[in-house]
Every structure is written in structure tokens, then in C-alpha cells.
Design a protein around this ligand. Structure first.
Ligand SMILES: Cc1ncc(COP(=O)(O)O)c(C=O)c1O
Length: 368
């Protein structure tokens, strides 16, 4: 990591812990995703990483018009910002979610809202929603290629379920949705590429059977930041990564990708323990999430030799390993997982390339 990339003048002007974001690095990431996917129409970014209308507007201006959302709040914000197409890539089961979805369809007639499904219950609920919305709902079959989280299993179950979508009143088959979480954190490029090739074969079987039965396949969505580059050239698949917008230390393990870590946590050393050779900073799990193994939760970017050895709610203890950190020093931490960072703060502080705090980006989709 190039350390001088992250300048921050007057860190004491922000109370710690604070999230900060460098817009020039976000812009570079947008350039990079467009370059890798060929054009802005060939990307369906997930909005769950940034949860902010300010960041959405930066993407919309660059011609990215379709978005994936995990929550209805994200979808509401994306619709308000003027996206053309929104896919709720999460099974909607609760009646309140379906009511909000229906309201969105009615309130934003210019925006196309689509859903995913993997059980007959999902289809029945979407069919009901379509009656209330007075519109058919474009629906992707969620295919589980190996993550075992959501989705229909490939093979005959998937072939049959795609036909079930076609048979359900008010629900229109769109194609296949794949989130291949099985590719996460595999450092080897070739290994990830081979998994994706197999996943595409699983999709091809469904396309062929749909075509034989005269059922439409209009579009397909696949992949996250660990796999999207392997789908990007496919003519029938639009990649759907999310983390690329802010990037993080885990994703940066993929050295072939040129994204920049654009959001950090500003913290301060609040205590030290010379006997243990540790310093305690105020970047606890309530400001930098604990969903990664301890060693991957954050890295102090100007003190790479330090090592996180304990993290509680408001404290993190780092082994110094030769670093010099004194009580009162400010530190910048690069998160291990950008997507769970955003929800820790109501907004992020915008910091210019020169290091001045120039404003904030609201996390207006922070709640569900
Ligand atoms: C359904 C779905 N699509 C897309 C993504 C984006 O993946 P990433 O955050 O690795 O870019 C995720 C991430 O969790 C996801 O769950």
C-alpha cells in the first residue's frame, strides 16, 4: 500500500473513531470498473457497500444505470437518485417488504424493478405483489452455484424451477442470478476463473432448456468482487460486484485488480502497554466490523508492522512489532471488509486528495 496516498490535515478536527472517504479514489475505482466491464451498461453494482446517494450519483453521472440492492431502503434511495433499473437481490418474504416493493413500483413508474426467487413461496408472493402493483414483475432465478446460502441447486431442480417462474401469473422470467460466494478469498486467479467457467456451464444448461421450451432469458446477473472479472466478457451476463467502490484489505489480496482502498477509519491511540509491546486504539468492533477473522479486521496503513491482537466494542489492541505509537497519536485504519464499515457510521467524512475535510456523504440507506 502506498502510504502517501492517504493525507489528512488536522486529524483533530474529527472526533474519533470516524469514517473518512477520498472521492478521487472512488472516482478511480469507477473508471476501473467501467474499463474492466467494457462499458457502464454492462455493470450492475451492488449498492450495499456504500449505502449513500452521494456515491450513487457519482456512478449515475458516469452512465451506470442499473443497481442491485439487498434492502428496500437501498432500493428507495437508488430509485430516488434516478436509476433506470433496480434488482432486489434478496428473497422478499415478509409482507412489509412486499408492500414496500409494490409501493416502489407504483411510485417510480420510470424505473424498472426486478426480483429474485428460488422457491415456489417466493413466486406466489411476487405473483400477489404483481396484482397490487398492476404490473408483471421481472424475476431472476437465484441459482446456488456452491455457496449454499440462497438459490436453487443447479441441474434438474433449476431447469424445472425456471419453468415454474414462467408458469406463475404476474411473474416474468428474466434469467439467472448467481452470487458465487464460493469464490471469496481464493487468492489464486486461475482457481477462481475455473470455478466461474463451471458456473457458466451450469447456467448454460438452464438457458438451453429454457430456449427448447420457448421461455425467454433476457438477462443474467453474476458475481461479486472476487469473480466478476471472469464473467465480464460473457455476452449474456452482467457482473454485479459491490466492494470495488471502496475496496478493502482483503479484496486487495487480488493483486491483478487496480482498485484503491477509498474509505478508512480515523482512530487515536488511547493507551499503551510497554510490557506487552502494545498500543490501544479506539477502533473497536462498533466502528470497524468484526465479521472477519481478527487478523483481517483492519490494518494501520502507516504502521503496517502492527498486528491486531484484541478487539472489543470500543478498543483494539495492536502489537507494535517495532512501530512507534504514543498515546494521542492519530492512526488511519484500512478495513478488512468495506461493506460492513458503512453501517457503523451515519456518514463518512469526505477528504480531498490534499487531506482537507470538505464535507460528508450521508449513509442514507444505512437502515433497512
Ligand atoms: C447477492 C450479492 N450480490 C453481489 C454481492 C457483491 O459482492 P462483493 O461485495 O464481493 O463485491 C454480494 C456480496 O455479498 C451479494 O451478497
Amino acid at each position: 500500500m502506498i502510504q502517501d496516498k492517504y493525507k489528512l490535515l488536522n486529524p483533530d478536527s474529527l472526533d474519533t473513531p470516524a469514517m473518512i472517504t477520498y472521492p478521487h479514489l472512488v472516482e478511480q475505482n469507477i473508471d476501473e470498473i467501467i474499463r474492466l466491464c467494457g462499458n457502464p451498461e454492462n455493470i450492475v453494482p451492488h449498492s450495499k457497500t456504500h449505502k449513500s446517494s452521494d456515491i450513487l450519483n457519482m456512478q449515475l453521472i458516469r452512465g451506470i444505470k442499473s443497481y442491485k440492492c439487498a434492502t428496500l431502503k437501498e432500493a428507495e434511495i437508488v430509485a430516488e437518485c434516478g436509476a433506470n433499473q433496480i434488482i432486489i437481490a434478496y428473497p422478499m418474504v415478509h409482507p412489509r417488504k412486499l408492500d414496500r416493493f409494490t409501493s416502489l413500483i407504483k411510485s417510480f413508474p420510470e424505473t424498472e424493478f426486478r426480483a429474485i426467487a428460488s422457491t415456489q413461496t417466493h413466486l406466489n408472493l411476487l405473483s400477489e405483489a404483481s396484482k397490487n402493483a398492476h404490473k408483471d414483475i421481472g424475476t431472476y432465478m437465484d441459482l446456488d452455484t456452491g455457496m449454499r446460502r440462497t438459490g436453487v441447486q443447479p441441474g434438474s431442480s433449476a431447469v424445472q424451477f425456471y419453468q415454474a417462474i414462467d408458469k406463475t401469473l404476474g411473474v416474468e422470467p428474466m434469467g439467472i442470478h448467481v452470487f458465487d460466494g464460493e469464490t471469496l478469498y481464493i487468492p489464486d486467479f486461475e482457481q477462481r476463473s475455473q470455478i466461474v467457467q463451471k458456473n457458466i456451464e451450469k447456467m448454460e444448461e438452464i438457458w438451453k432448456s429454457a430456449s427448447d421450451s420457448g421461455i425467454q432469458v433476457e438477462d443474467n446477473l453474476a458475481g461479486g468482487s472476487w469473480s466478476f472479472q471472469h464473467y465480464a466478457d460473457h455476452p449474456y451476463i452482467r457482473p454485479t460486484p459491490g466492494t470495488w467502490i471502496y475496496w478493502d484489505t482483503r479484496n486487495a489480496e487480488m493483486e491483478e485488480l487496480g482498485f484503491q482502498i477509498a474509505s478508512l477509519v480515523l482512530g487515536q491511540v488511547v493507551d499503551d502497554d510497554t510490557e506487552m509491546d502494545t498500543a490501544t486504539v479506539d477502533i473497536g468492533s462498533k466502528s470497524c466490523s468484526s465479521d472477519q477473522p481478527l487478523e483481517h479486521r483492519f490494518k494501520l496503513i502507516h504502521h503496517q508492522e502492527t498486528e491486531l491482537v484484541l478487539q472489543n466494542e470500543e478498543h483494539a489492541v495492536v502489537k507494535l512489532n517495532g512501530a512507534s505509537l504514543n498515546v494521542g497519536d492519530f492512526v488511519l485504519a484500512a478495513p478488512g471488509h468495506a461493506c460492513t464499515l458503512t453501517v457503523k457510521f451515519p456518514y463518512t467524512n469526505v477528504v480531498s486528495e490534499e487531506g482537507s475535510v470538505t464535507g460528508i456523504y450521508q449513509h442514507d440507506a444505512r437502515d433497512r
